[in-house]
Design a protein around this ligand. Structure first.
Ligand code: AMP
Ligand code: GLY
Length: 422
């Protein structure tokens, strides 16, 4: 088979490595890819948001299966265009992916189908939004309706912060068109967990659990990022919670999407808060999480390409998907300044030494030039290790991180702290 992975983050490096292990794959491409994917795939220097260009490449190379990693290409209709030319695509349609690209739509669907989530209201006018929060309590959550790379959510501790966030999004257009409408949400207290699931219409099969670390600083302080680290499994996700999530959230959302004419194939990501009243949805994403994929995929013992094909062939439920019992931890190393502005082009050293420690170093924002890796983005590397316990995996991951160096590097020192503190 010839397989194409779309994207250039750590998630896509993890997808490429996992797909490359399949005996069915004869050729693997990554568009555009990064310094890490170049080891397992042929990088294709094209724009993943240019639908015509990608479609032409897929036709020219006679690609058998296209796997779309990030949300951007979904939102511009890449999966629909590829399907229209008869290609197999492991990713939801644009209409199905709106569960991520419009937070308001996601909220409406959850309300209509009784899927537990925070109370909300949506606004386009700043004065109306500010009037609404006057008699709400803090903290309160202000979200840009559209796609904002995980950065469009402000958890406001005070009304002043909430008003400032509303002004920023609706008046100053801090997130451009993505923030021209805001969703204002009740704050949910609890511990978060990410559940990724394979889905084909009403059939939905969850993967092992993971927990992300969205804030930039230790102890979950500072602004939200795309994700600073992840681990799997998340102990907060007990069997009892898992059973509730399947019954109250996963099966209902799969059914709801079919009923709404948004038939969904691929991976759906449920970001959940485990509250005192049970699990509630914080968000849905239309893809693997990043860095959750880097923590979850190393625990998959089955062939990922078989599962993807089963999703597309309507046989997902006949697949016996096997996961190993290891714990997995992924520490993300970022460029100094991220999630704000940062410099690129810094030489990265030590990735080989880190891998000799037994870790897997997933590349996110890197370039390979003259045999050396250079930083090329905010999130640079995801250093992942397995262990018999989370504590073992944490120790191994940080031992490997210490081997790596680049100018201005930053990483959180407390990945998996919630699991370790239990
Ligand atoms: P989202 O992009 O919607 O996942 O939001 C990013 C992060 O903001 C989440 O992972 C949570 O940590 C936090 N967050 C979002 N919505 C809420 C909420 N209603 N209550 C508490 N925290 C939230
Ligand atoms: N790690 C959060 C996300 O992928 O959206």
């Amino acid at each position: 088979m010839k397989v194409l992975v779309i994207g250039n983050g750590g998630r896509e490096d993890a997808l490429c490595r996992t797909i490359a292990k399949s005996s069915k794959v004869k050729e693997l491409f990554c568009l555009p890819g990064n310094g890490g994917t170049a080891k397992f795939a042929v990088n294709v220097a094209k724009n993943p948001l240019d639908v015509d260009e990608v479609c032409a490449f897929v036709a020219e190379k006679a690609i058998d299966l296209t796997v779309i990693g990030p949300e951007g290409p979904l939102a511009v209709g890449l999966s629909d265009a590829l399907r229209a030319q008869g290609c197999k695509v492991f990713a939801p349609s644009k209409a199905a992916a709106e569960i991520e690209s419009s937070k308001e739509l996601a909220k409406k669907i959850m309300l209509k189908y009784n899927i537990p989530t925070a109370d909300y209201q949506a606004f386009s006018k700043a004065d109306e939004a500010k009037a609404y929060i006057k008699d709400r309590s803090c903290p309160i959550v202000i979200k840009a309706d559209g796609l904002a790379a995980g950065k469009g959510v402000i958890v406001a501790e005070t009304k002043e912060q909430a008003n400032a966030a509303i002004s920023d999004m609706l008046e100053n257009k801090a997130f451009g068109i993505a923030g021209s409408r805001v969703v204002i949400e009740e704050f949910l207290a609890g511990e978060e967990v990410s559940i990724l699931a394979f889905i084909d219409g009403e059939k939905i099969v969850p993967m092992v659990s993971a927990q992300d670390h969205k804030r930039i600083f230790d102890g979950d302080k500072g602004p939200n990022t795309g994700g600073m680290g992840a681990y799997s499994p998340a102990p907060v996700y007990t069997q009892e919670i898992a059973a509730r999530v399947e019954k109250e959230i996963l099966q209902p959302i799969a059914k709801a999407l079919v009923a709404e004419g948004r038939y969904y194939q691929g991976v759906i990501y449920a970001g959940l808060m485990i509250t005192a009243d049970g699990p509630k949805v914080v968000e849905f994403n239309a893809r693997f999480g990043d860095p959750e994929a880097q923590a979850v995929l190393p625990r998959l013992d089955s062939d990922l390409v078989d599962i993807m094909q089963a999703v597309l062939d309507g046989t997902l439920q006949e697949q016996d998907i096997k996961w190993n019992e290891d714990a997995s931890v992924c520490v993300v190393m970022v460029s100094g300044g991220y999630p704000g502005s940062y410099e690129k082009g810094k030489l990265i050293s030590g990735t080989r030494l880190a891998e000799e420690e037994g870790a897997v170093v997933y590349h996110a924002g890197t370039d390979l030039r003259y045999g050396e890796y250079f930083t090329a983005g905010g999130r640079v590397l995801g250093v992942c290790a397995l262990g018999k316990t989370i504590a073992e995996a944490v120790e191994a991951a940080y031992k490997a991180v210490e081997k790596i160096e680049f100018d201005g590097q930053y990483y959180r020192k407390d990945i998996a702290y919630r699991a370790l503190n239990r």
